[in-house]
Design a binder for this molecule. Structure first.
Ligand code: G6P
Length: 615
């Protein structure tokens, strides 16, 4: 969603801002803009479309290489008001002195707008954001508060979520930023400061980071920074974190698409997730140790998440119920936050989120915290809002994920859930610890090689995918552990190729989706050699007799399955748990090749955002 990057220092700001915006493109957006302080005036440049369009406009202007000092830039993902130049950020107050960029939603904007209109303030856009800059302008120009007081007074009057940066042409040596609900990080390098909605635009310049917390405001003035509470105006002492990301983590390397790179990253990212998390007889999840005694005694677990992470949650339910014998409910975070969920101080609520910033998941965590439940975060981004809001947690450690469609984060989330589940089961003695853990580690010891075998099949997977690229609808079917994988496969295809696809439990398709099946309908079956194998073969027969096209992903070499399938992708003969991970990778590649063939914007599909920071 909206991306923020700002720079305060003595270098030309525009190249830094544009580079930053390009690194934030992955979040999803539809317009972009910049503002800088130049010779006592604000210069604002904005347009609908891509950062490349903004770059063209900026480079045609003198200001591009003539503006050292402070500047800020924004990519907007439209919520209130359609995506066009007028609604793009930065927005400027009526006096033309104050400019603001914003990530989030001002929920009481209608009331505030009415108030400001009564004060004869005219609006130029359809956005909620403009209300905030006009309000700051009102306090500054009409009430006579100073710049910082005007920002704070305004923030105290808004409901909703914000990550903002504000410039004032009367105060060229100042920049003010604040957050509540939308992430913001400050990068510090000698006499330079960087602000951004995540670390990706900053790592190139500095590894010293301060994560702003809820309702904090940072005032940059001269060479100094001061972080305060929005409400109390008290200065806060904040820890500077040293991040260990490398700039290569944010680049495509030899690949044309981030998504393709990230699918291939899985030949080490899954192992990375597992590293250091076990010894001969135990699973080590240090992030949970303070709460483990309570976690292992729980009698009810909720897993809450959105999108792909929710699919990982479904796998979590399957295995936790199987091995640890605890009932698990999996709920979309957007539902969980408003449902009458039964929570108490014995309930464990696991929130899964790659970004750690998804607004609904964060709200679900807050609700669980308020009810006294034990909250566990499974996040990929250290220091993210959900990682900080939960009582304890486990990082997936799969490296930065940039493609909007989540790939390597999913497989790592699933692996974390295996670890969590086995630790729980061994603490509760619901499994034979020695055999189960030994079996698990033996299975996973070869994982890199198995993933590599699948990745080496990509030419063949591409060939199969291209055969079906013109289909208008797909069905993905699997049972047990592979039902969530079917959902995830269908989601991948939808997200990046814009083809309709549905995932279903293989037998349940008889209750509706089978009506769609005809000779044009490709049906992808996930067919592990397990106890459901023969049942799935019957489901395949049912589709076959209605002339649907069968694509099987299997580790069975049976002739019957081969004969029934129009196409068959054979996977290594691994345990059911590994099989699901390998099948996921096949489905990621399948969707990827169709999307590329259809010339889709694979890394930034239309209308989608990587990190959904609004409700
Ligand atoms: C967006 C992304 C998805 C992601 C979902 C949840 O919809 O496009 O790829 O699965 O958000 O994100 P999270 O960061 O919470 O896992």
């Amino acid at each position: 969603m909206c991306g923020i990057v700002a720079y305060k220092g003595n270098k030309d700001c525009h190249p830094i801002l544009l580079d930053g915006l390009k690194r934030l493109e992955y979040r999803g957006y539809d317009s972009a803009g910049t503002a800088c302080n130049h010779n006592g005036k604000l210069v604002v440049t904005k347009c609908r479309g891509k950062v490349a369009d903004l770059e063209r406009i900026l480079k045609s202007r003198k200001i591009y290489s003539d503006c050292s000092g402070s500047g800020m830039a924004h990519t907007r993902w439209a919520t209130h008001g359609e995506p066009n130049r007028k609604n793009a950020h930065p927005h400027v107050d009526q006096s033309g002195k104050i400019a603001l960029i914003h990530n989030g939603i001002i929920e009481n904007y209608i009331t505030l707008k009415k108030f400001l209109k009564n004060k004869k303030i005219k609006f130029n856009s359809d956005t909620d954001t403009e209300v905030l800059v006009q309000l700051i302008g009102y306090f500054y120009n009409k009430v006579g508060l100073d710049f910082e007081e005007s920002v704070r007074a305004s923030l105290q009057r808004v409901d909703g979520a914000y990550g903002i940066v504000v410039l004032n042409s009367d105060e060229p040596d100042m920049m003010i930023a604040a957050r509540s609900g939308s992430p913001l990080v400050l990068g510090i390098k000698d006499h330079e400061f960087f602000l951004a909605s995540d670390i990706s635009p900053i790592v190139k310049y500095t590894k010293q980071i301060i994560y702003l917390d809820e309702k904090e405001i940072v005032v940059l003035k001269g060479d100094n920074y001061d972080i305060k509470s929005v409400d109390t105006n008290l200065s806060l002492s904040k820890e500077i974190k040293i991040i260990d990301h490398k700039i290569q983590d944010f680049e495509k390397g030899n690949f044309d698409y981030f998504m393709h790179k990230e699918i291939h990253d899985q030949n080490y990212s899954i192992t990375n997730t597992l590293k250091g998390r076990s010894n001969d007889h135990d699973i080590l999840l240090n992030g949970l140790s303070k709460y483990w005694n309570d976690i292992k005694e729980t009698n009810r677990i909720y897993i809450t998440a959105c999108g792909t992470s929710w699919h990982a949650g479904l796998i979590g339910k399957n295995i936790i119920e199987k091995f640890a014998k605890i009932p698990v409910h999996v709920e979309y975070a957007s539902e969980f936050r408003y449902n009458d969920t039964i929570l108490d101080n014995k309930t464990v609520v696991i929130a899964i989120s790659q970004s750690g910033e998804t607004a609904d998941t964060l709200a679900a965590v807050n609700k669980a915290n308020d009810a006294g439940a034990i909250t566990v975060g499974i996040c990929n981004v250290p220091g993210s809002s959900i990682a900080r809001a939960t009582d304890c947690g486990i990082y997936t450690r799969c490296g930065h994920e940039i493609g909007v469609a989540s790939t390597k984060a999913f497989t790592s989330q699933v692996v974390i859930l295996y670890l969590f589940c086995l630790k729980l089961a061994s603490s509760r003695k619901t499994i034979d610890v020695k055999t189960t853990l030994t079996g698990f580690f033996k299975d996973f010891s070869n994982l890199d090689k198995d993933v590599e075998i699948v990745l080496r099949k990509e030419k063949y997977i591409r060939k199969v995918a291209l055969k079906y690229k013109n289909a208008s609808s797909f069905l993905y079917l699997g049972r047990g552990l592979n039902f969530p994988i079917a959902l995830e496969g269908a989601l991948k295809l939808k997200e990046i190729s814009y083809i309709h696809a549905e995932g279903y439990p293989a037998a349940e398709m008889k209750h509706g989706p089978i009506a769609l099946v005809d000779k044009n309908m490709p049906v992808i079956f996930i067919v592990p050699k397990d106890k459901t194998y023969n049942k799935i073969l019957s489901n395949i027969e049912e589709i076959k007799s209605r002339k649907g096209k069968i694509i099987s992903i299997t580790n069975s070499k049976s002739k019957r399955l081969k004969d029934l399938s129009d196409d068959l992708i054979l996977l290594p003969n691994v345990s059911p748990y590994l099989f699901s991970l390998l099948a996921t990778i096949v489905l990621q590649l399948f969707a990827f090749f169709i999307a590329v063939a259809k010339k889709r914007d694979v890394d930034q599909p239309r209308n989608l955002a990587k990190s959904v920071t609004v409700e």
